[in-house]
Design a protein around this ligand. Sequence first.
Ligand SMILES: [Zn+2]
Ligand SMILES: [Zn+2]
Length: 90
Amino acid sequence: MDDYQLSGDFCPECGSLIQWADCTEQHCDDGYIRLHELAPDWYDEDDLEVCNSCHGTGIREWCSNCGCNYSSYLASLARLAFGGEANADG
Ligand SMILES: [Zn+2]
Ligand SMILES: [Zn+2]
């Protein structure tokens, strides 16, 4: 049984309630992966990478009806807000 809670937001696709749960990514720490813990020889201690599952939020959010990934939706909105060209890595 999944342990989740309702977020109070509504799905952009179908209007159903969004539910959320803590990110279950193994190395995710409040939304960021500590690269140093994965590969100490390759990364400095404060090298972080945004978690692909929760997009830096530390929680995963999805629609309780259609199952769309609300975390990704929010992340795409954030990219637009940053004035974003699609080129992430310049
Ligand atoms: Zn995560
Ligand atoms: Zn939906």
